[in-house]
Design a binder for this molecule. Sequence first.
Ligand code: XMP
Length: 325
Amino acid sequence: TWTSVNIVDEQVERIREQVGDARVICALSGGVDSAVAGALVQRAIGDQLTCVFVDHGLLREGEAEQVEQDFVASTGVTLKVVDAVDRFLGHLDGVSDPEEKRKIIGREFIRVFEQAEREVVEAAPEGQPVRFLVQGTLYPDVVESGGGEGAANIKSHHNVGGLPEDLEFGLIEPLRTLFKDEVREVGRQLGLPAGIVERHPFPGPGLAIRIVGSVDADRLRILRAADKIVREETTRAGLDAEIWQFPVVLLADVHSVGVQGDGRTYGHPIVLRPVTSEDAMTADWGRLPYDVLERMSTRITNEVDEVNRVVLDVTSKPPGTIEWE
Ligand code: XMP
């Protein structure tokens, strides 16, 4: 029978066998999956693991700090931080097609890791090669990318389908058979703090797929500001556990007319996309209390100058996906 203790013991054994004396790099994304996968591998092989956190500039406010401080404090892992913000924004410049964004981000991610690999190898006193890359791939990712039996390719999730052919690493995917709730249990079992374990899922391509239109620093700033307000109000209302995930989407290419004070505005809409779900395979739209929605709307339009309209997405999955792209 399934228990998180069994999974930890079983995976620790498997990882040790697979890795031997080699060195391993873990790609930390800022989300639950890669944090739990990294902590699991750390438990198995300790110092042979170096976690790499690529700051691609597509995370939400405060998330980089959570990785750099809380994750390191609770696991004791060796962390290498790579600032790749300019690189990612450069490659994403002018790109608005969702699959194109995913491919670019997946490709650049691997390239940055290959560079990080070289640096880790050079820094390693015993000169052991880095042979493996840890990925926090879950069962639903595998199925949706066509890796499961009879599955259709719905979106190329960048941690499965978007890998380039010149990939030099073997993969360690200790969460490949698990659903999200099981991953959280494993994370608790490993002693990760609640702030990381309870965190809502967040897509690898980050805020890039929550900006409908091309991505740039200014649009990211607008979306980050709105997203921060939504997260604050969700937490304040005590709704974090009830809501599976709460994408906040900037319709960057859409303008609508508004009025504020004495003046006409011509700003962007923000879409609120709260969903409830068990495993992200299907989802329902979250029935948020009206007073919570009202606070979010009022604060966003007051505090984020470029936004003059807040709309609520009331679509289940299917037919809608959770993310807008
Ligand atoms: P959709 O939008 O397909 O999302 O209903 C299902 C779940 O997957 C997340 N998601 C991604 N995760 N890379 C990821 O690591 C991706 O490219 C990606 N696209 C979507 C999404 O946030 C939701 O939890």
